[in-house]
Design a protein around this ligand. Structure first.
Ligand code: HEM
Length: 271
């Protein structure tokens, strides 16, 4: 008799622990996976191309740390921008990226050979199923680079490692920038789909890697002397993507655990 009661108490403790795990689970799992840039749907009518558009107010932002690119050019390790705030949104047609970083001076003109422009760039792999080297891809694994300079120019480049950069004949990337209160805010966008050779398509069902670079012109930053991020990714792949889906899964798992435990307790009691 005493043994049976001990077994029943044991079973109740196990149930309580499992229930606690089922309740704590969703909170642990719904935290954003590392290095993810969430992509939120927005209405084209809200004009996300404008850096100050209200469309951006509800889009989650990720603070992306930057470090000096180990490019080997003179003073490569001497860079000034330490982080960039990144948001991403999509309409049915286009993917948008909004980058915002602190820079007290807007360097919009390179008037002498010793003056340089502020700039920013976004890098994505051509083949989105394989992660290329962060240093602008490799010959076997090319990257697209969207390159905005503060004189208003916006280029779309193809690179297979440092020194291999070529320009697409026609750029598909649009960039709009504003400088306010010591910060640049830049929105770059491009159609999601692409059937042009070597132009990344975002109409895929796998995660897509993305990396960022920023140059501060008044600190002599240009070319290989720049602040760069690690690889991040857009979560376009399958799998649990957010709390509602995960909560349902955890609730089902919790109920199943309780059911099994109750049946076990009943069996122990009958014995
Ligand atoms: C972290 C490792 C990286 C290394 C070692 C590196 C190295 C270099 C070097 C040596 C150059 C000068 C030669 C050239 O024009 O190709 C360069 C230029 C450039 N890099 Fe990178 N890079 C890195 C990451 C990135 C990233 C992540 C991006 C974009 C998000 C990027 C975008 C660019 C652009 C747009 C230029 C041309 C700038 C100009 O014309 O002045 N790089 N890089």
């Amino acid at each position: 008799m005493r043994e049976r009661r001990a077994a029943a108490v044991g079973a109740v403790v196990v149930v309580a622990l499992l229930l606690a795990a089922a309740v704590a689970g969703p909170a642990a799992v719904s935290a954003r996976p590392a290095n993810e840039i969430p992509v939120q749907s927005v209405a084209a009518d809200d004009r996300p191309q404008r850096p100050t558009s209200e469309a951006w107010d509800t889009v989650p932002s990720v603070n992306v740390p930057l470090t000096s690119a180990p490019s080997g050019v003179p003073n490569a390790s001497d860079t000034s921008v330490e982080s960039v705030r990144v948001q991403s949104a999509q309409t049915d047609e286009r993917l948008y990226l909004r980058l915002s970083w602190a820079d007290g001076t807007a360097d919009r003109n390179a008037t002498s050979p010793r003056s340089f422009l502020d700039a920013a760039a976004v890098q994505v792999p051509v083949n989105t199923s394989v992660r290329p080297p962060i240093s602008m891809g490799s010959t076997r694994n090319l990257v697209n680079v969207w390159y905005w300079s503060a004189d208003g120019e916006s280029e779309e480049l193809l690179a297979g490692g440092p020194g291999s950069t070529t320009e697409f004949e026609q750029t598909a990337v649009e960039t709009t920038a504003s400088h306010d209160d010591g910060r640049w805010t830049v929105v770059m966008s491009r159609p999601l789909d692409s059937d042009a050779a070597n132009r990344t398509s975002f109409a895929v069902d796998n995660d897509v890697d993305v990396a960022f670079a920023v140059w501060n012109g008044s600190e002599m930053e240009r070319s290989g002397r720049k602040s760069v991020s690690d690889w991040y990714h857009f979560p376009f792949g399958p799998g649990p993507q957010g709390p509602p889906y995960e909560s349902i899964l955890w609730a089902v798992a919790g109920l199943a655990i309780v059911g099994v435990a109750l049946v076990t307790i009943e069996a122990v009691r009958k014995n």
